[in-house]
Write a protein that binds this ligand. Structure first.
Ligand code: HEM
Length: 412
Protein backbone atom coordinates (compact mmCIF):
# COMPACT_ATOMS: atom_id res chain seq x y z
CA UNK A 1 0.00 0.00 0.00
CA UNK A 2 1.15 3.52 -0.76
CA UNK A 3 2.34 5.80 2.00
CA UNK A 4 -0.89 7.34 3.29
CA UNK A 5 0.91 10.27 4.94
CA UNK A 6 2.41 11.74 1.77
CA UNK A 7 -0.78 11.70 -0.29
CA UNK A 8 -4.00 13.64 0.16
CA UNK A 9 -6.43 10.78 0.44
CA UNK A 10 -10.17 11.21 0.40
CA UNK A 11 -11.94 9.74 3.41
CA UNK A 12 -14.70 7.17 3.89
CA UNK A 13 -17.13 10.07 4.44
CA UNK A 14 -16.28 11.43 0.96
CA UNK A 15 -17.51 8.27 -0.82
CA UNK A 16 -20.85 9.10 -2.47
CA UNK A 17 -23.79 7.42 -0.71
CA UNK A 18 -26.60 6.07 -2.89
CA UNK A 19 -29.95 6.48 -1.19
CA UNK A 20 -31.30 3.00 -1.89
CA UNK A 21 -30.28 -0.45 -0.75
CA UNK A 22 -29.01 -3.53 -2.56
CA UNK A 23 -32.49 -4.90 -3.18
CA UNK A 24 -33.63 -1.78 -5.04
CA UNK A 25 -34.37 -2.70 -8.69
CA UNK A 26 -32.13 0.21 -9.76
CA UNK A 27 -29.30 -1.86 -8.45
CA UNK A 28 -29.25 -4.06 -11.52
CA UNK A 29 -29.18 -1.15 -13.98
CA UNK A 30 -26.09 -1.33 -16.15
CA UNK A 31 -26.72 2.26 -17.29
CA UNK A 32 -26.45 3.39 -13.71
CA UNK A 33 -23.20 1.46 -13.22
CA UNK A 34 -21.77 2.95 -16.41
CA UNK A 35 -22.52 6.49 -15.24
CA UNK A 36 -21.27 5.87 -11.71
CA UNK A 37 -18.09 4.12 -12.89
CA UNK A 38 -17.16 7.15 -15.00
CA UNK A 39 -17.67 9.53 -12.06
CA UNK A 40 -16.31 7.60 -9.08
CA UNK A 41 -14.42 4.36 -8.33
CA UNK A 42 -16.43 3.74 -5.16
CA UNK A 43 -19.99 4.24 -3.89
CA UNK A 44 -21.66 3.46 -0.56
CA UNK A 45 -24.95 1.54 -0.42
CA UNK A 46 -27.25 0.33 2.35
CA UNK A 47 -26.96 -3.37 3.18
CA UNK A 48 -29.53 -4.49 5.75
CA UNK A 49 -28.58 -2.72 8.97
CA UNK A 50 -25.20 -1.57 7.69
CA UNK A 51 -23.44 0.22 4.86
CA UNK A 52 -21.23 -1.34 2.21
CA UNK A 53 -18.59 0.31 0.04
CA UNK A 54 -18.86 -0.94 -3.53
CA UNK A 55 -15.89 -0.84 -5.91
CA UNK A 56 -16.86 -0.33 -9.54
CA UNK A 57 -13.62 -0.75 -11.50
CA UNK A 58 -11.60 -3.80 -12.59
CA UNK A 59 -8.36 -2.25 -11.30
CA UNK A 60 -9.41 -2.84 -7.67
CA UNK A 61 -10.42 -6.52 -7.73
CA UNK A 62 -7.05 -7.90 -6.55
CA UNK A 63 -6.80 -5.40 -3.68
CA UNK A 64 -10.32 -6.19 -2.47
CA UNK A 65 -9.88 -9.98 -2.36
CA UNK A 66 -6.28 -10.01 -1.10
CA UNK A 67 -5.96 -11.71 2.33
CA UNK A 68 -3.42 -8.97 3.13
CA UNK A 69 -6.24 -6.43 3.05
CA UNK A 70 -9.55 -8.12 3.72
CA UNK A 71 -11.29 -11.21 5.04
CA UNK A 72 -14.55 -12.91 4.11
CA UNK A 73 -17.59 -11.82 6.10
CA UNK A 74 -18.31 -14.63 8.51
CA UNK A 75 -21.60 -14.61 10.38
CA UNK A 76 -21.70 -10.77 10.18
CA UNK A 77 -23.40 -11.15 6.82
CA UNK A 78 -26.37 -12.75 8.57
CA UNK A 79 -26.22 -10.50 11.64
CA UNK A 80 -26.57 -7.49 9.33
CA UNK A 81 -29.84 -9.11 8.22
CA UNK A 82 -30.95 -9.56 11.86
CA UNK A 83 -30.18 -13.31 12.07
CA UNK A 84 -28.18 -14.15 15.20
CA UNK A 85 -28.94 -17.86 15.74
CA UNK A 86 -30.91 -20.82 14.38
CA UNK A 87 -30.42 -23.20 11.42
CA UNK A 88 -29.54 -20.51 8.83
CA UNK A 89 -27.01 -18.94 11.21
CA UNK A 90 -25.47 -22.36 12.02
CA UNK A 91 -25.21 -23.27 8.33
CA UNK A 92 -23.47 -19.98 7.48
CA UNK A 93 -21.11 -20.45 10.45
CA UNK A 94 -20.04 -23.87 9.12
CA UNK A 95 -19.87 -23.44 5.36
CA UNK A 96 -16.60 -22.73 3.47
CA UNK A 97 -17.90 -19.66 1.65
CA UNK A 98 -18.04 -17.58 4.84
CA UNK A 99 -14.90 -18.95 6.52
CA UNK A 100 -11.39 -17.55 6.68
CA UNK A 101 -7.85 -18.89 6.93
CA UNK A 102 -7.36 -22.37 8.30
CA UNK A 103 -11.11 -23.11 8.71
CA UNK A 104 -11.67 -22.18 5.06
CA UNK A 105 -8.81 -24.36 3.87
CA UNK A 106 -9.80 -27.48 5.73
CA UNK A 107 -13.44 -27.15 4.61
CA UNK A 108 -12.56 -26.47 0.99
CA UNK A 109 -9.78 -28.99 0.44
CA UNK A 110 -11.77 -32.26 0.38
CA UNK A 111 -14.38 -30.68 -1.91
CA UNK A 112 -11.84 -29.05 -4.22
CA UNK A 113 -10.12 -32.35 -4.83
CA UNK A 114 -13.34 -34.08 -5.83
CA UNK A 115 -14.71 -31.17 -7.86
CA UNK A 116 -11.47 -30.60 -9.79
CA UNK A 117 -11.57 -29.64 -13.49
CA UNK A 118 -10.37 -33.02 -14.73
CA UNK A 119 -13.00 -34.92 -12.78
CA UNK A 120 -15.77 -32.57 -13.81
CA UNK A 121 -14.78 -32.84 -17.50
CA UNK A 122 -15.88 -36.47 -17.20
CA UNK A 123 -19.39 -35.11 -16.46
CA UNK A 124 -19.77 -33.67 -19.99
CA UNK A 125 -21.55 -36.69 -21.50
CA UNK A 126 -23.82 -36.88 -18.43
CA UNK A 127 -24.73 -33.16 -18.70
CA UNK A 128 -25.43 -33.56 -22.44
CA UNK A 129 -27.60 -36.63 -21.79
CA UNK A 130 -29.63 -34.89 -19.06
CA UNK A 131 -30.09 -31.79 -21.30
CA UNK A 132 -31.26 -33.99 -24.20
CA UNK A 133 -33.60 -35.85 -21.84
CA UNK A 134 -35.30 -32.60 -20.76
CA UNK A 135 -35.46 -31.23 -24.32
CA UNK A 136 -37.18 -34.43 -25.36
CA UNK A 137 -39.87 -33.82 -22.71
CA UNK A 138 -40.80 -30.50 -24.42
CA UNK A 139 -39.85 -30.77 -28.09
CA UNK A 140 -42.83 -29.93 -30.34
CA UNK A 141 -45.16 -29.57 -27.34
CA UNK A 142 -45.79 -25.81 -27.22
CA UNK A 143 -44.60 -23.09 -24.84
CA UNK A 144 -43.30 -24.09 -21.41
CA UNK A 145 -41.60 -22.63 -18.35
CA UNK A 146 -37.89 -22.89 -19.21
CA UNK A 147 -36.89 -21.52 -15.80
CA UNK A 148 -38.65 -24.20 -13.75
CA UNK A 149 -38.85 -27.11 -16.13
CA UNK A 150 -35.39 -26.93 -17.68
CA UNK A 151 -32.92 -24.56 -16.01
CA UNK A 152 -33.81 -25.58 -12.43
CA UNK A 153 -34.03 -29.25 -13.34
CA UNK A 154 -30.63 -29.66 -14.99
CA UNK A 155 -28.27 -28.67 -12.14
CA UNK A 156 -30.54 -30.47 -9.63
CA UNK A 157 -30.59 -33.72 -11.63
CA UNK A 158 -26.83 -33.58 -12.14
CA UNK A 159 -25.91 -32.83 -8.52
CA UNK A 160 -28.43 -35.51 -7.45
CA UNK A 161 -26.64 -38.00 -9.72
CA UNK A 162 -23.23 -36.92 -8.37
CA UNK A 163 -24.49 -37.40 -4.80
CA UNK A 164 -26.20 -40.69 -5.63
CA UNK A 165 -29.69 -39.41 -4.78
CA UNK A 166 -32.41 -41.59 -6.28
CA UNK A 167 -34.55 -39.93 -8.96
CA UNK A 168 -37.63 -40.71 -6.86
CA UNK A 169 -36.33 -38.27 -4.19
CA UNK A 170 -35.80 -35.52 -6.78
CA UNK A 171 -39.10 -33.61 -6.20
CA UNK A 172 -38.54 -33.23 -2.44
CA UNK A 173 -34.81 -32.55 -2.99
CA UNK A 174 -35.71 -29.77 -5.47
CA UNK A 175 -38.24 -28.30 -3.06
CA UNK A 176 -35.57 -28.05 -0.35
CA UNK A 177 -33.20 -26.40 -2.82
CA UNK A 178 -35.74 -23.79 -3.86
CA UNK A 179 -36.87 -23.20 -0.24
CA UNK A 180 -33.38 -22.77 1.19
CA UNK A 181 -31.27 -21.30 -1.65
CA UNK A 182 -31.62 -17.76 -0.35
CA UNK A 183 -29.88 -18.74 2.93
CA UNK A 184 -26.54 -17.91 1.31
CA UNK A 185 -27.68 -14.53 0.00
CA UNK A 186 -30.10 -12.01 1.48
CA UNK A 187 -32.84 -13.69 3.46
CA UNK A 188 -36.35 -12.30 3.15
CA UNK A 189 -37.06 -12.23 6.91
CA UNK A 190 -40.76 -12.91 6.38
CA UNK A 191 -39.73 -16.28 4.91
CA UNK A 192 -37.21 -17.16 7.59
CA UNK A 193 -39.36 -19.73 9.46
CA UNK A 194 -40.22 -21.62 6.22
CA UNK A 195 -36.60 -21.58 5.06
CA UNK A 196 -35.45 -22.94 8.41
CA UNK A 197 -38.04 -25.74 8.46
CA UNK A 198 -36.81 -26.90 5.04
CA UNK A 199 -33.16 -26.46 5.99
CA UNK A 200 -33.59 -28.76 9.02
CA UNK A 201 -35.18 -31.46 6.82
CA UNK A 202 -32.49 -30.98 4.13
CA UNK A 203 -29.72 -31.32 6.76
CA UNK A 204 -31.26 -34.55 8.08
CA UNK A 205 -31.43 -35.96 4.55
CA UNK A 206 -27.76 -35.14 3.86
CA UNK A 207 -26.78 -36.61 7.25
CA UNK A 208 -28.49 -39.85 6.21
CA UNK A 209 -26.63 -39.91 2.88
CA UNK A 210 -23.32 -39.37 4.66
CA UNK A 211 -24.04 -42.07 7.26
CA UNK A 212 -24.92 -44.46 4.44
CA UNK A 213 -21.60 -43.83 2.62
CA UNK A 214 -19.65 -44.23 5.87
CA UNK A 215 -21.29 -47.63 6.37
CA UNK A 216 -21.33 -48.68 2.69
CA UNK A 217 -18.70 -46.87 0.60
CA UNK A 218 -19.43 -47.21 -3.10
CA UNK A 219 -16.65 -45.32 -4.90
CA UNK A 220 -18.77 -42.24 -5.69
CA UNK A 221 -18.29 -38.54 -4.81
CA UNK A 222 -19.82 -38.79 -1.33
CA UNK A 223 -17.85 -41.94 -0.45
CA UNK A 224 -14.60 -40.23 -1.51
CA UNK A 225 -15.61 -37.08 0.35
CA UNK A 226 -16.37 -38.86 3.66
CA UNK A 227 -13.12 -40.83 3.30
CA UNK A 228 -11.15 -37.59 2.75
CA UNK A 229 -12.75 -35.88 5.75
CA UNK A 230 -12.19 -38.97 7.93
CA UNK A 231 -8.52 -39.12 6.88
CA UNK A 232 -7.91 -35.48 7.79
CA UNK A 233 -10.03 -35.87 10.94
CA UNK A 234 -10.31 -32.12 11.50
CA UNK A 235 -13.90 -31.40 10.50
CA UNK A 236 -16.95 -31.65 12.74
CA UNK A 237 -20.00 -33.57 11.51
CA UNK A 238 -21.78 -30.24 11.10
CA UNK A 239 -18.99 -28.92 8.88
CA UNK A 240 -18.88 -32.11 6.81
CA UNK A 241 -22.61 -31.82 6.15
CA UNK A 242 -22.60 -28.05 5.58
CA UNK A 243 -20.12 -28.34 2.68
CA UNK A 244 -22.44 -30.80 0.91
CA UNK A 245 -25.53 -28.62 1.46
CA UNK A 246 -23.41 -25.60 0.47
CA UNK A 247 -22.35 -27.20 -2.81
CA UNK A 248 -25.94 -28.02 -3.69
CA UNK A 249 -27.19 -24.52 -2.89
CA UNK A 250 -24.25 -22.61 -4.40
CA UNK A 251 -24.64 -24.57 -7.63
CA UNK A 252 -28.40 -24.31 -8.10
CA UNK A 253 -29.70 -20.73 -8.46
CA UNK A 254 -26.44 -19.57 -10.00
CA UNK A 255 -26.40 -22.10 -12.83
CA UNK A 256 -30.18 -21.96 -13.35
CA UNK A 257 -30.30 -18.19 -13.76
CA UNK A 258 -27.18 -18.03 -15.86
CA UNK A 259 -28.59 -20.67 -18.21
CA UNK A 260 -31.80 -18.66 -18.71
CA UNK A 261 -30.08 -15.34 -19.33
CA UNK A 262 -27.48 -16.76 -21.71
CA UNK A 263 -30.12 -18.51 -23.80
CA UNK A 264 -32.25 -15.35 -23.78
CA UNK A 265 -29.37 -13.13 -24.96
CA UNK A 266 -28.48 -15.63 -27.69
CA UNK A 267 -32.08 -15.64 -28.93
CA UNK A 268 -32.07 -11.81 -28.85
CA UNK A 269 -29.07 -11.92 -31.20
CA UNK A 270 -30.26 -14.33 -33.91
CA UNK A 271 -27.05 -14.14 -35.95
CA UNK A 272 -25.07 -15.31 -32.89
CA UNK A 273 -27.61 -18.06 -32.12
CA UNK A 274 -27.36 -19.20 -35.76
CA UNK A 275 -23.57 -19.25 -35.50
CA UNK A 276 -23.83 -21.43 -32.36
CA UNK A 277 -26.30 -23.77 -34.10
CA UNK A 278 -23.87 -24.11 -37.01
CA UNK A 279 -20.93 -24.93 -34.74
CA UNK A 280 -22.16 -25.93 -31.26
CA UNK A 281 -18.95 -27.52 -30.05
CA UNK A 282 -16.74 -24.77 -31.47
CA UNK A 283 -18.73 -21.92 -29.89
CA UNK A 284 -20.32 -23.32 -26.70
CA UNK A 285 -17.49 -22.09 -24.44
CA UNK A 286 -17.52 -18.60 -25.96
CA UNK A 287 -21.32 -18.39 -25.74
CA UNK A 288 -21.35 -19.46 -22.11
CA UNK A 289 -18.53 -17.07 -21.13
CA UNK A 290 -20.22 -14.12 -22.81
CA UNK A 291 -23.52 -14.95 -21.06
CA UNK A 292 -21.66 -15.02 -17.74
CA UNK A 293 -20.04 -11.65 -18.53
CA UNK A 294 -23.07 -9.87 -19.94
CA UNK A 295 -25.58 -11.04 -17.32
CA UNK A 296 -23.62 -12.21 -14.26
CA UNK A 297 -25.78 -13.75 -11.55
CA UNK A 298 -23.57 -13.17 -8.51
CA UNK A 299 -23.67 -9.40 -8.14
CA UNK A 300 -20.71 -8.67 -5.88
CA UNK A 301 -17.81 -10.06 -3.86
CA UNK A 302 -18.13 -8.59 -0.34
CA UNK A 303 -15.31 -8.58 2.23
CA UNK A 304 -14.33 -6.79 5.47
CA UNK A 305 -11.19 -4.67 5.56
CA UNK A 306 -8.68 -5.92 8.13
CA UNK A 307 -6.61 -2.71 8.09
CA UNK A 308 -6.90 0.88 6.97
CA UNK A 309 -6.76 0.48 3.22
CA UNK A 310 -5.87 2.94 0.51
CA UNK A 311 -7.83 2.21 -2.60
CA UNK A 312 -8.27 4.39 -5.69
CA UNK A 313 -7.37 7.54 -3.74
CA UNK A 314 -9.64 6.84 -0.76
CA UNK A 315 -8.75 5.66 2.71
CA UNK A 316 -11.16 2.95 3.87
CA UNK A 317 -10.93 2.24 7.61
CA UNK A 318 -10.33 -1.24 9.04
CA UNK A 319 -13.60 -3.06 9.73
CA UNK A 320 -15.52 -1.60 6.75
CA UNK A 321 -17.56 -3.83 4.43
CA UNK A 322 -15.92 -3.44 1.01
CA UNK A 323 -17.16 -5.24 -2.10
CA UNK A 324 -16.32 -5.44 -5.78
CA UNK A 325 -19.34 -5.10 -8.03
CA UNK A 326 -19.16 -7.99 -10.51
CA UNK A 327 -21.92 -6.31 -12.54
CA UNK A 328 -19.86 -3.18 -12.98
CA UNK A 329 -16.41 -4.74 -13.45
CA UNK A 330 -17.58 -7.14 -16.17
CA UNK A 331 -18.56 -4.08 -18.22
CA UNK A 332 -15.47 -1.99 -17.46
CA UNK A 333 -14.19 -0.55 -20.76
CA UNK A 334 -10.67 -0.74 -19.35
CA UNK A 335 -10.93 -4.52 -19.90
CA UNK A 336 -13.68 -5.13 -22.47
CA UNK A 337 -14.00 -3.47 -25.87
CA UNK A 338 -17.56 -2.25 -26.47
CA UNK A 339 -18.59 -3.72 -23.10
CA UNK A 340 -22.32 -2.98 -23.45
CA UNK A 341 -22.58 -5.30 -26.50
CA UNK A 342 -23.33 -9.02 -26.21
CA UNK A 343 -20.76 -10.64 -28.47
CA UNK A 344 -19.85 -14.31 -28.23
CA UNK A 345 -16.98 -13.70 -30.65
CA UNK A 346 -15.20 -11.15 -28.44
CA UNK A 347 -11.47 -11.67 -28.04
CA UNK A 348 -11.09 -10.13 -24.58
CA UNK A 349 -12.66 -12.71 -22.27
CA UNK A 350 -10.43 -13.03 -19.20
CA UNK A 351 -8.78 -16.34 -18.34
CA UNK A 352 -10.07 -16.13 -14.76
CA UNK A 353 -13.66 -15.12 -15.46
CA UNK A 354 -14.79 -12.73 -12.70
CA UNK A 355 -18.33 -14.16 -12.78
CA UNK A 356 -16.83 -17.00 -10.68
CA UNK A 357 -15.21 -14.63 -8.20
CA UNK A 358 -11.52 -14.13 -7.41
CA UNK A 359 -8.95 -15.15 -4.82
CA UNK A 360 -9.20 -17.90 -2.22
CA UNK A 361 -13.00 -18.16 -2.43
CA UNK A 362 -13.14 -18.40 -6.21
CA UNK A 363 -16.04 -20.69 -7.11
CA UNK A 364 -15.37 -24.31 -6.11
CA UNK A 365 -17.96 -25.49 -8.63
CA UNK A 366 -16.70 -23.51 -11.63
CA UNK A 367 -15.69 -26.62 -13.56
CA UNK A 368 -19.10 -28.22 -13.08
CA UNK A 369 -20.95 -24.97 -13.87
CA UNK A 370 -18.99 -24.55 -17.10
CA UNK A 371 -19.70 -28.15 -18.13
CA UNK A 372 -23.42 -27.72 -17.41
CA UNK A 373 -23.75 -24.39 -19.21
CA UNK A 374 -21.66 -25.35 -22.23
CA UNK A 375 -23.23 -28.75 -22.78
CA UNK A 376 -26.75 -27.37 -22.34
CA UNK A 377 -26.14 -24.66 -24.94
CA UNK A 378 -24.58 -27.13 -27.38
CA UNK A 379 -27.42 -29.65 -27.01
CA UNK A 380 -30.08 -26.90 -27.32
CA UNK A 381 -28.38 -25.57 -30.46
CA UNK A 382 -28.23 -29.06 -31.92
CA UNK A 383 -31.66 -30.42 -30.99
CA UNK A 384 -33.79 -27.29 -30.69
CA UNK A 385 -32.40 -24.68 -33.12
CA UNK A 386 -35.89 -23.21 -33.63
CA UNK A 387 -36.30 -22.29 -29.96
CA UNK A 388 -38.16 -19.00 -29.46
CA UNK A 389 -39.16 -16.82 -26.52
CA UNK A 390 -42.95 -16.96 -26.07
CA UNK A 391 -43.48 -14.71 -23.03
CA UNK A 392 -42.11 -11.44 -21.65
CA UNK A 393 -38.35 -10.88 -21.53
CA UNK A 394 -36.85 -12.45 -18.39
CA UNK A 395 -35.55 -9.98 -15.80
CA UNK A 396 -32.90 -10.55 -13.17
CA UNK A 397 -34.13 -9.46 -9.73
CA UNK A 398 -31.51 -7.65 -7.62
CA UNK A 399 -29.86 -9.57 -4.79
CA UNK A 400 -26.57 -11.17 -3.77
CA UNK A 401 -27.51 -13.91 -6.26
CA UNK A 402 -29.72 -12.40 -8.95
CA UNK A 403 -32.69 -14.55 -9.86
CA UNK A 404 -34.72 -14.65 -13.08
CA UNK A 405 -38.41 -13.72 -12.65
CA UNK A 406 -39.77 -16.01 -15.42
CA UNK A 407 -38.77 -17.35 -18.85
CA UNK A 408 -41.20 -18.99 -21.28
CA UNK A 409 -39.93 -20.60 -24.47
CA UNK A 410 -41.06 -23.03 -27.12
CA UNK A 411 -38.89 -25.70 -28.72
CA UNK A 412 -40.49 -25.51 -32.18
C1 HEM B 1 -23.01 -20.02 -13.25
C2 HEM B 1 -22.73 -20.69 -12.17
C3 HEM B 1 -21.96 -20.18 -10.99
C4 HEM B 1 -21.51 -18.92 -10.69
C5 HEM B 1 -21.67 -17.65 -11.52
C6 HEM B 1 -20.82 -18.99 -9.42
C7 HEM B 1 -20.20 -17.91 -8.80
C8 HEM B 1 -19.51 -17.98 -7.62
C9 HEM B 1 -18.81 -16.87 -7.00
C10 HEM B 1 -18.74 -15.45 -7.54
C11 HEM B 1 -18.25 -17.32 -5.85
C12 HEM B 1 -17.37 -16.53 -4.88
C13 HEM B 1 -18.14 -15.71 -3.89
C14 HEM B 1 -17.25 -14.87 -3.00
O1 HEM B 1 -16.03 -14.94 -3.08
O2 HEM B 1 -17.80 -14.11 -2.18
C15 HEM B 1 -18.60 -18.73 -5.73
C16 HEM B 1 -18.22 -19.55 -4.68
C17 HEM B 1 -18.60 -20.87 -4.56
N1 HEM B 1 -19.30 -21.62 -5.49
FE1 HEM B 1 -20.02 -20.98 -7.27
N2 HEM B 1 -20.89 -20.27 -8.96
C18 HEM B 1 -21.56 -21.04 -9.88
C19 HEM B 1 -21.81 -22.40 -9.82
C20 HEM B 1 -21.42 -23.23 -8.80
C21 HEM B 1 -21.63 -24.66 -8.77
C22 HEM B 1 -22.25 -25.49 -9.90
C23 HEM B 1 -21.17 -25.09 -7.56
C24 HEM B 1 -21.11 -26.49 -6.97
C25 HEM B 1 -21.77 -27.51 -7.40
C26 HEM B 1 -20.65 -23.94 -6.85
C27 HEM B 1 -20.07 -23.97 -5.60
C28 HEM B 1 -19.44 -22.89 -4.99
C29 HEM B 1 -18.83 -22.98 -3.68
C30 HEM B 1 -18.78 -24.22 -2.77
C31 HEM B 1 -18.29 -21.71 -3.42
C32 HEM B 1 -17.51 -21.29 -2.16
C33 HEM B 1 -16.03 -21.40 -2.45
C34 HEM B 1 -15.18 -20.95 -1.27
O3 HEM B 1 -15.65 -20.20 -0.42
O4 HEM B 1 -14.01 -21.35 -1.21
N3 HEM B 1 -20.81 -22.82 -7.63
N4 HEM B 1 -19.35 -19.10 -6.81
Amino acid sequence: MADTETKALKSYADIPLLDWDLLNPEFSSYDLFRKLREETPLVKVQMGMGTMVLGLRASMVDDVVSPENTRQLETEMKMMQGIFDGPIFDFIAQVMLFANGEAHQRRRQPVARTFAFKLMEAMRPKAATVAAEIIDEHLGKGPFDFLKEFAAQLPARIIADILGIPRSDLPVFMKWISDTAESIGFVDVSRRADIETSLVAFNAYVDKLLADRRANPRGDFLSDYVAATAASGDMTDGEIRAQVVGLILAGSDTTRNSMCMTLFELLQHPEQWKALCADPDGLKKRASEEGLRYQPVVSAIPRVTTKDLEIEGYLIPAGAVLAVSILSVLRDPAVYADPESFNIHRADQQRWHLAFGAGAHRCAGEALARVELEETLAVLARLAPNTRVTGPSPKLQPGAIRTVDQFQVQFA
